[in-house]
Design a protein around this ligand. Structure first.
Ligand SMILES: NC(=O)C[C@H](N)C(=O)O
Length: 333
């Protein structure tokens, strides 16, 4: 242990960053989540010069298999670690498919100002020009930096820093996939130093009202996707399966197709909370815009993607079932 260096814990969860392929040119069709955390650290000995690093294997999964239960386990472990004086920051290695969702969940339930940085890779560890090692090196430096304190959960990939709320995977395979849509990234990591230009304005971490430390399950919230010719089948099935909340990934500005509106309205009358969002990927779904939310007693999803609206609605339902209160939360987080 070097006294001057920050203490960073790496929590490994799997993903392509821990993946292996048959050959150095295998960049699709590889196996995710095979390399353990100690091997990940040993592959980048440079990080031991910038931080005192320790590793824990929390799970070993491809992130398409990430579940609410995994999130609760991860959040609880992070809160315990960050409560210790000998931990300055945390890096989570993670598959990229649901990385943005884990990041937003943690952004709402981590109770510390210390840096929490998610990192993954688009190429497996065995590939030519694998992006995992440099991403991990940058993430550790960011998690150990003073600059990252109090900024909420961050994503460090491709030399760029993004905030958990706004970042999304935007390309199926390229290494520059993580973007904050039209809102832009927060900064860069260059030469081992973070450069921040912007900061997230929505409340996060220590400023939220959510606490998962005593929870073992989250309320069931599902997403129903709209498209031309859509009918009520999926919505009715999701409600019948016991959903307490439904996020409607509407077309355009969160519009409700005529065959969908009665099914959503009936679900609301049964007590299911309905959030109107959009499948478009950019822009705001505002209250009483393309639908009369006051009359339907629905919640407008602001600019959250459907998958992130699901997370906020789950956490909201741990506190309240009032649409007014939930609408306030969607304007706050
Ligand atoms: N690039 C990746 O990490 C993709 C992988 N399917 C995962 O999310 O685990």
């Amino acid at each position: 242990q070097q006294a001057k260096l920050p203490n960073v814990t790496i929590l490994a969860t799997g993903g392509t960053i821990a993946g292996t392929g048959a050959t150095s040119t295998t960049t699709v069709g590889y196996t995710a989540a095979t390399v353990g955390v100690q091997a990940l650290i040993q592959a980048v000995p440079e990080i031991t010069r910038v931080a005192n690093v320790s590793g824990e294997q929390v799970f070993q999964i491809a992130s398409e298999n990430m579940s609410n239960e995994h999130w609760l386990t991860l959040a609880k472990r992070i809160n315990v670690l960050l409560g210790q004086a000998n931990v300055d920051g945390i890096v989570i290695t993670h598959g990229t498919d649901t990385l943005e969702e884990t990041a937003y969940f943690l952004n709402l339930v981590v109770k510390s100002k210390k840096p929490v940085v998610l990192v993954g890779s688009m190429r497996p560890s065995t590939a030519l020009s694998a992006d995992g090692p440099i991403n991990l090196y940058n993430a550790v430096q960011l998690a150990g930096s003073q600059e990252a304190v109090g900024r909420g959960v961050l994503v460090a990939m491709n030399d760029q820093i993004n905030g958990a709320r706004d970042v999304t995977k935007s390309n199926t395979t390229t290494t520059d996939t993580f973007k904050a849509s039209e809102l832009g990234m927060l900064g860069y990591i260059q030469g081992g130093k973070p450069y921040f230009y912007r900061t997230a304005t929505r409340r996060h971490t220590v400023e939220t009202e959510f606490d998962v430390m005593n929870l073992s399950v989250l309320p069931q919230v599902e997403v129903a996707y709209a498209h031309a010719n859509v009918g009520p089948v999926a919505i009715d099935a999701l409600v019948a399966s016991g959903a307490r909340g439904l996020v409607h990934a509407g077309v355009g500005n969160g519009s409700l197709p005529a065959k969908v509106r009665p099914a959503l309205s009936a679900a609301r009358k049964k007590g299911v909370i309905i959030v109107r969002s959009a499948r478009v990927g950019q822009g705001i779904v505002a209250r009483n815009g393309e639908a009369n939310d006051d009359e339907l007693d629905f919640v407008a999803g602001d600019n959250l993607s459907p998958q992130k609206a699901r997370i906020l609605l789950m956490l909201a339902l741990t506190k309240t079932s009032s649409t007014k209160e939930i609408q306030r939360m969607f304007s706050t987080y």
